[in-house]
Ligand binder design. Structure first.
Ligand SMILES: Cc1ncc(C[n+]2csc(CCOP(=O)(O)OP(=O)(O)O)c2C)c(N)n1
Ligand SMILES: [Mg+2]
Length: 417
């Protein structure tokens, strides 16, 4: 059974089954007015896989995470307590390096980013990213796998294939039961889940169960870290810096160069040393800090978020707002909510640097010149700032540099000219 003094938890098949039974009992006692997903049928496979997982390795999971959590050393009473407080789908533990998302396709890009961060920091640990066959359906999975394989990142994806997404098989979903061939960073095991998709076959007494329900804010207090910083503090110094910049673009370059002096990674396309330096604004940043990415905007955000979880400051460069809609999941669901849903276990230290093409010499049409700033302000609860002057550029980027938390800065091409 679980022993606080051993580095990894070891369980027998029967013990795992009994831990889930404790949760079933609480559900039958009408104590769980929540969406939760039980684990079962894969005990032998997981015991075998977790034998290879070392202390310090990251385990990334899904909505169905209880077994992974027990086996990665989260004490069972802690898991049970979280399940009893609406947090079954929100199992996070920074000390033990446990992370998850209940959004199908949400984790592979973040897992790739953590792996990239570990490799860059020469940390001798790896990432184990568990996904269901439903996640394997997604483009987000495909882009992350290709990235991990291409850059040889320390990450293994394990497809937990029960041939069910809610209640539809692969044949129901794709017209054929065929499973794609993936590179060697993807492993698979098959199993049969002895439960329905969520909860159990039996329905609880809803009236009694709902007596236990607290409020959203009680389960997930909302106290973001970005409110701590007073960005007016050093206005005089900022004035001096911005007065020394010749233009708006020069101020952006000054801000990027300052960010590059720290442990910062820059992600995006057209920003690498030989690929444009993000309209020249990254020419003061060391080449190895500029990561030229594939044209995969959600992956770009996932890489940035993941790398920030292992200690980097990340800047993602999105060169047009219409392209950012492709990254709505990582921005709106993950970067935006992570601090709150993880009870501050993880804070995304990410700056989204975004450009509105509202000017410049070439008109690029209705989609490419969209300004979705108001949409993003609705979508996220972290600051979305729109510097219009050199001073504001310096002030907002300086603030974003100091704060450990997400930030979006909207640059306008019309200000560049
Ligand atoms: C993006 C997204 N779409 C739909 C859902 C609803 N949903 C939750 S779990 C699930 C099925 C996932 O199947 P799989 O990945 O195979 O995991 P399993 O439940 O079989 O363990 C779906 C469609 C979701 N959470 N996220
Ligand atoms: Mg499945």
């Amino acid at each position: 059974m679980y022993n606080k003094n051993v580095k990894m938890a070891k369980y027998s098949k029967e013990e795992l089954i009994n831990l889930e039974k404790n949760i079933i009992n609480r559900y039958n006692d009408n104590e769980l007015p929540f969406l939760f997903h039980l684990c079962g049928g894969n005990e032998d496979e997981l015991i075998r896989i977790f034998d290879k997982i070392k202390e310090g390795d990251w385990v990334i999971s899904t909505h169905r995470n209880h077994y992974h959590a027990y086996l990665h050393g989260i004490p069972p009473e802690e898991v049970e307590n979280r399940v009893a407080n609406g947090r079954s789908m929100f199992m996070y533990d920074n000390k033990r390096k446990f992370f998850c998302s209940a959004i199908v396709g949400g984790v592979p890009g973040i897992a790739a980013g953590i792996a990239l961060g570990l490799k860059r920091k020469n940390i001798n640990n790896k990432v184990w990213c568990f996904v269901g066959d439903g996640c394997e359906d997604t483009g987000h999975f495909a882009e992350a796998v290709r990235y991990v394989d291409g850059w040889d990142l320390p990450c293994t994806f394990i497809v937990e294939d029960n041939d069910i997404s809610i209640s539809a098989t692969k044949k129901d979903r794709w017209g054929s039961a065929h499973t794609p061939a993936w590179p060697s960073c993807v492993e698979r095991y098959q199993y049969k889940l002895p439960f329905p998709h969520a909860r159990t076959e039996d329905f609880c007494d809803l009236k009694k169960t709902l007596e236990h329900l607290k409020t959203d804010d009680e389960y997930f207090p909302h106290e973001p870290s970005y409110t701590d910083f007073d960005f007016n503090a050093s206005s005089e110094e900022l004035c001096d810096i911005s007065n020394n910049c010749e233009s708006y673009g020069d101020a952006v370059k000054t801000a990027m160069t300052a960010l590059g002096k720290e442990d910062t990674l820059f992600f995006g396309y057209n920003l690498g040393e030989n690929f444009g330096n993000a309209m020249g604004t990254l020419s003061g940043v060391r080449p190895e800090q500029k990561i030229e990415t594939p044209v995969a905007e959600n992956l770009m955000g996932g890489l940035a978020l993941g790398a920030s979880l292992v200690g980097f400051k990340s800047v993602v460069y999105y060169e047009r707002h219409d392209f950012m809609l492709v990254a709505a999941d990582v921005i709106g669901n993950h970067i935006n909510h992570l601090e709150r849903i993880s009870h501050k276990e993880f804070v995304p230290n990410v700056i989204l640097r975004t450009v509105v093409a509202d000017g410049g010499p070439f008109y690029s049409g209705p989609t490419h010149s969209q300004d979705l700033t108001s949409v993003f302000k609705e979508l996220v609860s972290f600051p979305v700032l729109e510097p219009k002057t050199r001073f504001e550029v310096i002030r907002h980027y300086r603030t974003a540099q100091k704060i450990k938390g997400p930030y979006m800065i909207v640059e306008r091409k019309s200000c560049y000219s």
